[in-house]
Design a binder for this molecule. Sequence first.
Ligand SMILES: Cc1cc2nc3c(=O)[nH]c(=O)nc-3n(C[C@H](O)[C@H](O)[C@H](O)COP(=O)(O)OP(=O)(O)OC[C@H]3O[C@@H](n4cnc5c(N)ncnc54)[C@H](O)[C@@H]3O)c2cc1C
Length: 465
Amino acid sequence: MAKYDLVIIGSGPGGYVAALRAVQYGLKTLVVEKDSYLGGTCLHIGCIPTKVFLHHADIYETFQRAAEFGFEVKDLKVNWATILDRKQKIVTKHSKGIEFLFRRGKVETMAGWGRIAGPGRVSVEKDGKTTEVETTFTILATGSDARSLPGVEIDSKVILTNREILSLPQIPKSLIVVGAGAVGVEFASIYRSFGSEVTILEMLPRAVPLEDEEISAELQKAFKKRGIRIETEAKVDSVKKESKGASVTFKDKAGKSETLDAEKVLIAVGRRPLTENLNLEKTAVKLERGFVHTNSFMETAEPRVYAIGDIVAGLPQLAHAASMEGLIAVGRMAGKDVQPFDRVRCPNCTYCEPQIGSIGMTEKQARDAGLKVKIGKFPFSANSKATILGHNEGFIKVVAEEKYGEILGVHAIGVLATEIVAEPVAALGLEATLDDMAAIIHAHPTVWEAMGDAFNAVRGLSINA
Ligand SMILES: Cc1cc2nc3c(=O)[nH]c(=O)nc-3n(C[C@H](O)[C@H](O)[C@H](O)COP(=O)(O)OP(=O)(O)OC[C@H]3O[C@@H](n4cnc5c(N)ncnc54)[C@H](O)[C@@H]3O)c2cc1C
């Protein structure tokens, strides 16, 4: 029986990153993957293809504003087939990139369904054949799949998840998106840019409910301006396939029932962890509603078995969280001095138009925690580079502790928000204060310099606002 130091089940951004770090630390490593490609949800049906679409949507919207920028464009048309093709080429290129990194790093791979076979053993099933390997450590990195609503059948043609909506042969004339989390608002944004009539139905009182309340309000305002209808506190009663498209019946916040028709319906109501059929019931691994309990070093209750990524209870379902959890797990098993996973320091980025980039506590979380809070806000309308780019909407909001100026959270909505959030991510990571950040020299003219103004705004010292 082949023997490894580490077997990782799943090759998403959790698993593949963990594998590459493991070989850097000299661990003989095997990655087991059930799909025919490496890279998981993120690369194939998540982060990367959606960001390709969003970039193309942005280009299209810029072309539509050609006259304002001094260009004359005649007969502007979307070639959807080319966009689909480019998306696939990007995905394939980066999947091959992981294959190359694995070859170079001597990470071994085995195709098939991996599961725990016993203490220190993993079995891999493929085409009815089972192979067993021995291992000192195991990482579960099996990721997640789209959830549906009770009684709603995903037919994959009209009623869709993130998987099918990425390969539609044509842009739908109308789209209903159920769920206004990051996945829901990104697809709403994409298809609205390409001309679909879009309605979002969200059960909670606001879109992107994990973000600061003012960010949600600004996104809803911006989406409304873009012609996207958003119904919050909307309870979906049924989603039915019709002869042409589907109908969705929901109760609005006043309790009034309404039925809407659309060519396509996207169900984006969250992701369920893939932890079935892994034999976990025969281990000490603790599950809660399918999610795996770990400590902040990603150790499960079963000795030498770790869990990372979307299957972990209580941690964000984000690619960069999965990757960091993988690095922590491998560092821990290799006896390195690693920091525990810190949820507060994990950025959230939503790449819709307008973009959202945030880190740390929202204003409400900080106040609920009993902290004395001071707020600074800076609008992108006062940033010259944002004006040059033609995107003045949105703002940056800084949540700071009043007495010592500790930075508790930073929330940006607007142009390049997912990029410029890098500065507060470093600031929180290094426990910087408002004084530290006020001393940073920001290059001019950049969108990034708006961060400097926002930090200074907490003490009423913003120059440009
Ligand atoms: C539409 C969409 C857009 C997203 N956009 C972003 C974004 O912009 N930024 C961001 O940070 N996050 C984004 N996410 C979330 C991100 O994709 C996930 O958080 C991330 O992929 C989780 O990584 P993972 O390694 O835990 O799991 P996954 O990426 O799901 O990978 C798990 C892998 O394990 C394999 N596997 C499962 N079970 C077995 C088994 N028993 N045996 C062998 N192999 C198995 C699967 O085939 C898969 O390859 C998005 C998600 C979606 C759906």
